[in-house]
Ligand binder design. Structure first.
Ligand SMILES: Cc1cc2nc3c(=O)[nH]c(=O)nc-3n(C[C@H](O)[C@H](O)[C@H](O)COP(=O)(O)O)c2cc1C
Length: 379
């Protein structure tokens, strides 16, 4: 397929896959699309390992990329980022007590009390320039072809560095204003992401947002995102003027995806109306499956979610506490599970290999386009 994205990147089909999971990234690139590794919470060591692994799987020169979050508003922005200790000190006791109280009510056992210095190293969300730099250094030392900011316009230094390395830069937009800002910042393409999407998302639908963004940033190519998980939705995106699609949720229903067995069960059972947007995970609105957790944070007695990255620091251990016992018989942990996923969750009916998802999407897209052609033909 040739679209406006083909002038920027080499691929067979303009299907971009966002995933935190290296296996999905490699499988999508190997199936002719473009895998993009979500690295915002990778430690530098893990990112190095994952990128080496992906490059080994996809072979030299194949198209893949890295995604980071580059928001302009976060705690410590003025100082260019704060240390984990400085951030931790800003989490109010009231918030900690609320989280512990919720988990205690559901009988979720605490994590083992391992001293902080002996715990497995976790990066948390690295959204400030200081903590992002090692990740950028690793990304640019590898053979990536594309880098994307999932939140905010990429800073000028990142764009300059990418262009000097021949790397194409994209950014996600939930409004026309975001998209215009990205274009002014100098990105090469924009991802117009509708509210249907899993993860951080705005409140405008993909159907309404994509054509507006296409017009606002022309001639920059636009990928459509949010609510795209089958070939008819891809064909519709192309009809809206998109030069390809960017999907995240659909890979959570794949064999290679990172979801736990308990989460997969929830996905298969869930309907599209079972998602909600909640600020209780990262401080910014995120689409997740509804649960007792999201409901508790909506109650009047709940504290206001903290700004990024404090809220994710607050809930990180609680989420792991829940996940650790979610598979246990008689545990009430599944009631608190709220994995990030978009409204396409209602389309996930079984767990499939990533390559099969790609093939089905391609075939269905071709059928949909042929059907539209038939509608227009005179005979
Ligand atoms: C589990 C999950 C985690 C996500 N995390 C990020 C992220 O770290 N960075 C980012 O740019 N987008 C992230 N997203 C959003 C995706 O990049 C993408 O825009 C979105 O999934 C597209 O809509 P869809 O979920 O309907 O396919 C995430 C999405 C999901 C489902």
């Amino acid at each position: 397929m040739r679209t406006a994205m083909s002038d920027l990147l080499d691929f067979d089909v303009p299907f971009f896959a966002f995933s935190h999971c290296r296996d999905v990234v490699a499988a999508v690139t190997n199936a002719g699309g473009v895998g993009v590794l979500g690295a915002v919470a990778h430690t530098a060591e893990d990112l190095e390992i994952d990128m080496k692994w992906v490059e080994n799987e996809i072979g030299p020169g194949a198209t893949y990329g890295v995604d980071l979050l580059m928001p302009s508003k976060f705690t410590g922005a003025k100082q260019g980022g704060l240390s984990r200790e400085e951030l931790r000190a800003q989490i109010p006791e009231e918030h900690r007590a609320f989280m512990d109280g919720l988990l205690d009510r559901y009988g979720i056992p605490p994590l083992l009390d391992v001293p902080r210095e002996q715990r497995v190293k976790r990066a948390g969300l690295q959204v400030d320039p200081k903590s992002m730099t090692p990740l950028l250094d690793i990304a640019f030392a590898h053979d990536i072809k594309v880098i994307v900011s999932g939140l905010g316009s990429p800073p000028a230094e990142v764009i300059e560095r990418a262009h000097a390395a021949g790397v194409v830069v994209g950014a996600q937009a939930g409004t026309v204003e975001h998209a215009r800002r990205h274009k002014e910042a100098g990105v090469d393409f924009v991802i117009a992401q509708g509210t249907e999407a899993g993860g951080h998302t705005g409140d405008i639908t993909t159907m309404v947002l994509v054509p507006q963004v296409v017009d606002a940033v022309a001639p920059l190519p636009v990928l459509a995102a949010g609510g795209i998980a089958n070939g008819r939705q891809v064909a519709a995106s192309l009809a809206l003027g998109a030069a390809g699609v960017w999907c995240g949720s659909v890979w959570l229903g794949t064999e290679e995806g990172e979801s736990t067995p308990a989460e997969r069960e929830r996905f298969i059972a869930a309907r599209s109306q079972d998602t909600t947007r909640s600020r209780s995970f990262t401080g910014k609105p995120c689409r997740v499956l509804k649960s007792a957790w999201t409901e508790a944070w909506e109650q009047e007695d709940a504290p206001q979610p903290l700004p990024m990255p404090l809220q994710s620091m607050l809930v990180d251990r609680s989420r792991r506490r829940v996940q650790r016992v979610a598979h246990k018989k008689d545990s009430r942990a599944p009631e608190l599970l709220s994995p990030f996923i978009g409204q396409i969750v209602g389309q996930i009916t079984s767990i499939k290999p990533t390559r099969r998802v790609m093939t089905e999407m391609m075939e269905e897209m071709a059928e949909a386009i042929a059907r539209l052609d038939d509608i227009m033909s005179e005979d």
